[in-house]
Write a protein of this length. Sequence first.
Length: 338
Amino acid sequence: MSGFDIFAIALVLLVVLTLFAGVKTVPQGYDWTVERFGKYTRTLSPGLNIIVPYFDRIGRKMNVMEQVIEIPEQEVITKDNATVTVDGVAFFQVFDAAKASYEVASLSQSIIVLTMTNIRSVMGAMDLDQVLSHRDEINERLLRVVDAAVSPWGVKVNRIEIKDIVPPADLVEAMGRQMKAERVKRADILQAEGQRQSEILRAEGAKQSQILQAEGRRQSAFLDAEARERAAQAEAKATQVVSEAIAKGDVAALNYFIADKYIKAFGQLADSPNQKVIMLPMEATGMLGSLAGIGEIAKATFGESAVSAAAAARRGGSVPAAGSTPPSPPAPPVPPRT
């Protein structure tokens, strides 16, 4: 093999190596920077790219997919001088590979330090209760501040999440006692409210019962008054009829009226629980005589005309018709009062 052949083979190999050196394949999810004599010139996108061999070289291979970094725990003093331990995570994405490569020396470490600093700043302006209960607000404020700070680096912070907020042990114990007291307080309030509602319902029930009882008493009193009124009207009517009969000389009506009152009086006397002695005639004729004796008292009161009419009726021996005087037996002594 001559020297020319060797030169030709070497030249072909050089050309092949040059072609391979000038062709670059960038994988999906990455951007590569190109440097010429140490200076950034352009960025290679995913796919097949060609550079100038021996003059250009690949500078940084930047991951442009969303990445997550852990924010280490740190102690933070809140506005009310409570110390809490906080950690979290941050999600970011490179949108400018050149800035992310040449504007900051260590991108991930810079984001971590910046996030930790802003956590202390944001939580230090809040009370402990706010820190524990407003985690979403803390995340939002951190995201807004950190994203604005890393934007010149060609980085977009998508989310910042606070994972754990741990107060000191003594503070946790105090908070536990406070929560227990709050639960007991709420239970007492609920129990008192239940008792109040129960008392109200019982009072309403008693009120309705009293109203119904009063309504019943009122209705009963109304009916009693109406009954007494009707009885009085009947009594007055009976008295009027008897008076008219006596005025006409009808002693039978008077005897009937007096006998009715007499029997009612004995009935009431018998129903009385008090001790009593009642003197009654032994024979039925004696009873009729007693009633007739009462009639004699009425004769003496109302005049002799009624007596004469009664005597004539007895001599006739017939039952008196309406408007006539019935026969009367001799009047025995009036029974003594008890």
